[in-house]
Structures are given as structure tokens and as C-alpha cells.
Design a binder for this molecule. Structure first.
Ligand code: B12
Length: 347
């Protein structure tokens, strides 16, 4: 068996259902990416202007090939109405189980050791998922894993877009796979029509300043008042543009069990969440992506979701949140109380 095939086989054994190899050249849409940054569409994510993103060889100078890997995660059903007896929130599907930033590096480490052992001499190597200075979707497209759709997601023709990506940069040459060249979005615009804030732009980028995923996860400040209603019951991330995508209709990629939903997720009861103490929050979301928003960001989102649910039964929980030590939580709880009172005809 060739080294390339042995590596791919080991990657699949470790749970990476998708594997592809590409060259270390600069990412194909670098210019579009720079333009996107120059317009401020990265919002407060200043780490995205790291100049190393321009060329993988700025990350690993000896890089001669890149192994791009993908794993599936559970797919949410169609956007549901809130029928629960008490208002519940909604967490994006990638965050229902263990945090991929913890799960995938463990596997990448094993795979990197396997490659070193197969080669028999030290190989310059760098592995990452999400946080490394790489344009992962561009590399995945060039490694043949799928195309970049109108919702900006990497879409696999059989497995859809509920896929997480990881890469290993290697100081050895492996034969590259053919890039995925066709664009299968056609004239479909369901993703942009489904986006509650209209943040998906016609040039295959999005404006993070209006993206509900950004606003509920990465954003550390207030949620702009004019976008709070659109948040609906989302308390962490957003899947609207993926749920609308026809390529996600029949999930064929078995989701990796590491990302199966934990008890109580994906639809936590909002009034209970609002009462989480710092210790309870840490315990509940240990090793889960929600930890990233910290208690302050999560409870800010929960308060908005309660305001949007408009249930007067939530008023006592919100009134307790008006005493929270975090000003950001208090401010969003005030908004939520006002929303509920408006619904009751009290001004
Ligand atoms: C910053 C970031 C975000 C930001 C900004 C997202 C965005 N679309 O710009 C926010 C917080 C909003 C976000 C949200 C989400 N993210 Co995110 N995010 C990232 C991160 C760290 C960088 C992305 C980036 O550089 N954005 C800037 C834009 C311009 O680049 P891009 O999104 O890669 O899009 C490419 C296209 O626009 C293309 N392009 C430009 N012009 C043109 C023109 C044509 C014709 C074509 C074909 C392509 C093209 O070039 C860009 C660069 O490759 C990557 C990890 C990484 N290191 O790459 C994960 C990553 C993209 N995110 C991921 C996930 C899972 C999500 C969410 C689904 C989470 C959620 N449910 O809430 C959402 C999806 C929202 C969406 N539609 O993108 C996965 C996506 C996997 C996939 N199948 O695509 C990644 C790859 C992380 C990972 N390791 O798995 N994310």
C-alpha cells in the first residue's frame, strides 16, 4: 500500500470519514478573503487578519503537502416551532456533544505519530482544527472534499455540510487529490432567504456583524437591539443556512458519536439556564463548545431568548437576573422584561 493510502486508512480508522490531500500553495480565494477583511466583515475577530493565513508555508516553512480531514456531526431536524410547555433554547448542532477542539487534536496527534513511524525519520509537521491560521474551507475544496456553497460552508456532494474540518501540514510530498471543481448550488438561494438577518452576501461570504452565530458565540459585547428579535430562541450558534440547504436533506454521513447530544441538550429550558451560577455553568458545559461564550455570553443570549418567547411565567427568573453581577446580563434581562411586558400590553 502507498504511504498516501496507508495514511488515509489510518485517518478513517481514527474517525475521519473524509480525507484529501492538497498542495501547500496559497489558498485560492485569498484575494476575496483580504477584501472581506478590508470591509470589516470579520466584526471583532481580529485574529483573522493574521498574515500567515496567506500561505500555509508561513505556518510550516517545510510544508510540501496538506492532509485535509473531515468528520460528521449530528444533523438538526427542520427548524422547529417552540412547542415545549416551558420555553426552551436551541444550541447549534456542532455543540451538542464534546468540543471538537478537544476531540479532534487527540486523533490528529495519533495520526501524526503514525505518519512519523511510517516514514521512519522525523517529518516536519503541524496539525490544527479551526484555530490555526489557515483558510480551512479553501484547503478542503482544493483537497477534493466538496465545494464552497452560497452559505459559505464546505458542502460534500453526498454528506452535506454538517462536517468539521482539520488539517495536517506535512514536510513530505504526497500526491495531491483532484480539487472539487463543480459548483452544485446552481440557482438555489434558500440559504440566504432563510438567514434571519440577511447576512449571507452574494459573493460567497457573509457579514459576521449580522451573523447570529457570530453574535451569540464570538461577540463579547451586547447583541445589537435591532437584531435581538431575529435571534429567536438560539442561545449558542445558528444553523439556519445549513438547515435550509437541500444538500443536507438526507444525511448519509454517520455522525461521529463524540458529538452526540448530551442529556438536556440541544434544547435547554431557558428559565433554568438563566439561574446557572458560575460553578454550575462550568460543570454543565465542561468539555462542550458552549464554554467558549462564557457564562456571561450564554446568559446574555438566554435572556434575549426569554424575551422573544414572551412568556410572563419567565418574569420571576428575569427579575432575579436583574440582580446578576454581570452588567451585560442585567442589560439584556431589562430588554427581555420589556418585551414580555409589551406582549402583555404593559408599557
Ligand atoms: C471565523 C469563523 C466563523 C465566523 C465567520 C464565518 C464566515 N462564514 O466567514 C462565524 C463565527 C460567523 C462562524 C460561524 C460558523 N462556523 Co465557523 N469558522 C470560522 C473560521 C475560524 C474562519 C473562517 C473564515 O476565515 N471566514 C472568513 C470567510 C471569508 O472565509 P470562509 O468562511 O472560509 O469562506 C471562504 C469562502 O468565502 C471563499 N470564497 C470567497 N469568495 C469566493 C467566491 C467563490 C465563487 C467561491 C466558490 C468561494 C469564495 O473564500 C473563503 C476563504 O476560504 C473557520 C476555521 C478556519 N480556520 O478556517 C471556522 C469554520 C469555517 N466554521 C465552521 C462551523 C462549523 C461554523 C458554524 C456552522 C457554527 C454554527 N453552527 O454556529 C457557523 C456557520 C456559519 C457560516 N455560514 O459560515 C466550520 C465549517 C465547516 C464547513 N462544513 O464548512 C469551520 C471550517 C471550522 C472547522 N474546523 O470545522 N465561523
Amino acid at each position: 500500500m502507498s504511504l498516501k493510502n496507508a495514511i488515509k486508512e489510518e485517518a478513517r480508522r481514527l474517525g475521519f470519514a473524509l480525507t484529501g490531500i492538497t498542495t501547500p500553495e496559497p489558498p485560492p480565494h485569498w484575494q476575496a478573503y483580504e477584501h472581506w477583511l478590508s470591509l470589516g466583515r470579520n466584526a471583532s475577530m481580529s485574529y483573522l487578519s493574521d498574515p500567515r493565513r496567506a500561505d500555509p508555508r508561513l505556518v510550516l516553512p517545510e510544508c510540501r503537502s496538506i492532509l485535509v480531514l473531515g468528520v460528521g456531526y449530528p444533523q438538526p431536524g427542520p427548524a422547529a416551532q417552540n412547542h415545549a410547555p416551558r420555553p426552551v433554547g436551541r444550541i447549534a448542532a456542532y455543540a451538542w456533544g464534546s468540543d471538537y477542539h478537544l476531540v479532534l487534536p487527540q486523533r490528529l496527534k495519533v495520526l501524526a505519530a503514525f505518519i512519523q513511524a511510517q516514514v521512519g525519520s522525523p517529518v516536519p509537521i503541524y496539525w490544527t482544527t479551526d484555530t490555526g491560521p489557515l483558510l480551512e474551507r479553501d484547503l478542503a475544496q482544493r483537497a477534493g472534499l466538496g465545494w464552497i456553497g452560497k452559505n459559505t460552508c464546505l458542502i460534500h456532494p453526498r454528506f452535506g455540510s454538517y462536517i468539521l474540518l482539520a488539517e495536517i501540514l506535512l514536510g513530505i510530498e504526497l500526491e495531491p487529490d483532484a480539487p472539487f471543481t463543480s459548483d452544485r448550488c446552481g440557482r438555489c438561494t434558500r440559504c440566504s432567504a432563510a438567514c434571519p438577518t440577511g447576512c449571507i452576501l452574494p459573493d460567497r461570504t457573509l457579514d459576521a456583524r449580522r451573523c447570529l452565530s457570530y453574535l451569540s458565540i464570538e461577540n463579547k459585547a451586547e447583541i445589537p437591539p435591532e437584531l435581538r428579535l431575529q435571534l429567536g430562541n438560539r442561545v449558542f450558534g445558528c444553523d439556519a443556512c445549513q438547515q435550509a440547504c437541500p444538500w443536507n436533506r438526507d444525511p448519509k454521513l454517520p455522525p461521529d458519536p463524540a458529538f452526540n447530544a448530551r442529556p438536556g441538550l440541544p434544547e435547554p429550558e431557558l428559565a433554568l439556564e438563566l439561574a446557572l451560577s458560575p460553578q454550575e455553568f462550568k460543570r454543565k458545559f465542561k468539555d462542550n463548545p458552549v464554554l467558549r461564550s462564557k457564562r456571561v455570553g450564554y446568559l446574555r443570549n438566554v435572556a434575549v431568548a426569554l424575551g422573544n418567547a414572551g412568556d410572563p411565567a419567565a418574569l420571576p427568573a428575569l427579575e432575579r437576573a436583574l440582580q446578576d453581577p454581570e452588567p451585560l446580563i442585567r442589560e439584556h434581562a431589562v430588554w427581555a422584561v420589556e418585551q414580555i411586558q409589551k406582549g402583555m400590553g404593559i408599557h
